[in-house]
Structures are given as structure tokens and as C-alpha cells.
Design a protein around this ligand. Structure first.
Ligand code: AMP
Length: 288
């Protein structure tokens, strides 16, 4: 049976009971409008933990002014029945007042990691994410928390926050789930017109192109970035935000590829901003 909590108090009582019974807790934080990508995290959590909690909270603090906070798709009843089918034990679904009863004066500052890549066009986004994730960790006290590789920068920042602040939780990063044509699943894909949806495969195609170049032995990062940028710019509906080859820990750019790299793209189709990435490991290159 899946229990639903909309207060921090009720969630805390559930956590206490489960912990007293010696159960491990896995947390999957989401903003809802669930798809197979989210459900893959839930399935991993079910395998790894005795109890699984999913949070569904569209966090205003991670939207910068003018973004789609109000329009962000919401479908709680549908989400709940998907989670019931997956055997999720608890769903935490607070409203904004419950999570932010007062204007907060405290937030998690992640410095440069939050300014690179998506931080360039979404300046306070990662501060909002780190802060809400820290709050969820305190409320639900998970042993493990599950995040998607799809949002690579978010996963890296959460992992760093956990290390830096000694949160007693293990972070697990799960692979990106894609549509048949390679588009990474995202709640925001519903915003795309049929035409833009067809063109949106450019994100994955540009990542595959980068992977092929790297595997063929090309190690000049800016050449790879340029070829990706040209591919994306050739798609009329696509407005390039970034196409970068970066160090997977520092997220800084590089001249020559040496070791593991993260190739990351962000592209706008009208008002819809899509992101995707691929980790290319040194071993993967040597296997070519
Ligand atoms: P969101 O609801 O977009 O905030 O995403 C909640 C969690 O699901 C995050 O950890 C995301 O990285 C993860 N996620 C979203 N899309 C995918 C996907 N296509 N594959 C794997 N994980 C995903």
C-alpha cells in the first residue's frame, strides 16, 4: 500500500516508524509528471532499499524569474497510480507553504559548480536544487537517494553537497532513459510541438557525433564542441544554449581530452529548454 503525506510532520512519523523497525529508506526526489526515467529510479530504489519514498514537489526556488514554474506540468493522480503499481511505500507531496512557510534566509551555496553549464542561463537554479534536496534529506532521512544521469550537473552538485556537509546518505546515479529515437525522456517534452519534437533528436545526435569523434581518436575538445554547435545550429527550430566537453568532476572545459569526459548540451525549442549529456570514459575510448 502506498501512503501519501502532505505534511512534514506526517512524513517524519512514517520515517521514525520505519527506522525503528530497522528498515532502510530509499528516496527518489521528483517534480512529478512521471515518465519511465523517473520509474527507472524507483525500480532501482526498490531493489536497493526496504522502503521507497518518492517526493513530488515542483520547487519554486529552482526556477529563475520568467521560467515555467506556473505552467510546469502536474498530474498527481496519474503519478500516484504509477507509483502504486511500482510498489512505492510513501509519496511525499507537500505544497509550497509547507516547504517554505517563511521566506528562507538560509540556502546551500555551491559556488562555481552552480555557475557553469546550465548555471550560465539559470543563475540561481542549482542553489534552489541543493537547498530543496537538503531539506528533503532532513525530512525523509534516506539511507540512499536516487538521481538520473540525465541531469548530470544536478547529480554532481548533490553528490558534492553530501560529501561537503556529511549528509549520511549514499547517492546513486542511474542511466538516462530515452525514447526510441534517442530523445532523453523529460517532463518538459510535452511542451514540444510535433515539429519541434521531431527536431529535438538533435541533442542526442550531436552527443553521438561527439562520441564518434572522441572514439576515433580526436582529442581536441574545442573542435568537437564546434562540430556539435554547427550540427545544432543547422536545425532551424533549435536555439543553442551550450554544447560543451568538460571534466566530469569540475565541469570545467579542457583543451585536450585526457581521461573521462562529460559531453553536455542544452538547446531551446521556443520556450522549451532541453538538456542531455553523455559520459565518455577512457576505457570506452580504448575499446574502439
Ligand atoms: P525531475 O522530476 O525532472 O526533477 O526529475 C527527477 C529525477 O528523475 C532526477 O534525478 C532526474 O535526473 C531523473 N530523470 C529525469 N529524466 C530522466 C531520464 N530520462 N532518465 C533517467 N532519469 C531521469
Amino acid at each position: 500500500m502506498t501512503v501519501v503525506f502532505d505534511t512534514i510532520f506526517a512524513a517524519g512519523q512514517w520515517v521514525q516508524t520505519e527506522r525503528a523497525g530497522g528498515k532502510t529508506i530509499g528516496l527518489v526526489p521528483t517534480m512529478g509528471f512521471l515518465h519511465e526515467g523517473h520509474l527507472s529510479l524507483v525500480r532501482r530504489a526498490r531493489q536497493r532499499c526496504d522502503r521507497v519514498a518518492v517526493s513530488i514537489f515542483v520547487n519554486p526556488m529552482q526556477f529563475v524569474p520568467g521560467e515555467d514554474f506556473e505552467q510546469y506540468p502536474r498530474a498527481f493522480d496519474r503519478d500516484l497510480s504509477l507509483l502504486e503499481r511500482e510498489g512505492v511505500h510513501a509519496v511525499f507531496h507537500p505544497d509550497v507553504k509547507e516547504m517554505y512557510p517563511l521566506q528562507p534566509v538560509t540556502s546551500i551555496c555551491i559556488g562555481k559548480l552552480g555557475e557553469l553549464l546550465c548555471g550560465g542561463s539559470r543563475p540561481s537554479h542549482f542553489r534552489g536544487i541543493a537547498t530543496v534536496v537538503a531539506k528533503l534529506f532532513h525530512i525523509l532521512q534516506p539511507d540512499r537517494a536516487f538521481f538520473g544521469q540525465k541531469d548530470a550537473q544536478q547529480a554532481i552538485i548533490v553528490q558534492k553537497m553530501v560529501w561537503d556537509l556529511h549528509f549520511p546518505v549514499k547517492i546513486e546515479i542511474c542511466p538516462t532513459v530515452r525514447e526510441a529515437d534517442g530523445l532523453a525522456m523529460s517532463s518538459r517534452n510535452v511542451y514540444l510541438s510535433p515539429h519541434d519534437r521531431a527536431e529535438a533528436t538533435i541533442l542526442y545526435r550531436s552527443l553521438q557525433h561527439a562520441e564518434n569523434l572522441i572514439r576515433s581518436g580526436i582529442s581536441n575538445a574545442s573542435r568537437i564542441e564546434q562540430e556539435m554547435q554547427e550540427m545544432i545550429r543547422a536545425v532551424a527550430a533549435a536555439e543553442l544554449d551550450y554544447a560543451r566537453v568538460v571534466d566530469p568532476e569540475s565541469l570545467e572545459g579542457m583543451r585536450q581530452i585526457d581521461g573521462n569526459v562529460l559531453v553536455a548540451v542544452a538547446v531551446r525549442f521556443g520556450k522549451t529548454r532541453l538538456i542531455d549529456n553523455m559520459m565518455i570514459t577512457a576505457e570506452k575510448r580504448e575499446r574502439k
